[in-house]
Design a binder for this molecule. Structure first.
Ligand SMILES: [Zn+2]
Length: 134
């Protein structure tokens, strides 16, 4: 992950939202971080602090982070559950593998209802803008 580029994108998007809503000054921006996204929060916060300085109206904004949970949806049986529930049941080393490489999740996790590894992961990835408050 390139936290610097990410920070610039978040700040640019927050400024766009602020303009669209006629906010002269942004007080708080809430950034959603997918739990499967390997973002270095400290590096991102540092990048945001640097990027916001050059954006009018955003200089004083506070950035808050919220972890966006990943949900699973089983294709064969339709069961939906929080990926976290499955991860909590795994040994630490398996969790670590998944954290480093989310693509391997299907090797470790199966549907708690029917046992199928054929499930879709909904959310929990990427970075989103949850709120821009003036
Ligand atoms: Zn199932």
């Amino acid at each position: 992950m390139h936290e610097w580029a990410l920070a610039e994108a978040v700040v640019a998007k927050a400024a766009e939202v602020a303009r669209a809503r006629d906010l002269a000054r942004v007080v708080e921006v809430v950034v959603g971080l997918g739990e499967l996204q390997d973002v270095d929060r400290e590096a991102l916060a540092f990048g945001l602090a640097a990027a916001q300085r050059s954006v009018p109206g955003l200089e004083e904004a506070r950035f808050a982070f919220e972890v966006e949970q990943a949900r699973c949806s089983c294709r064969p049986c339709g069961h939906a559950w929080a990926l976290r529930e499955s991860l909590d049941a795994l040994p630490e080393e398996d969790r670590e593998s998944i954290h480093l490489l989310p693509e391997v999740v299907h090797l470790y996790v199966a549907c708690p209802s029917c046992g199928s590894p054929d499930f879709a992961i909904v959310g929990g990835r990427g970075v989103s803008l949850l709120a821009v408050d003036g």
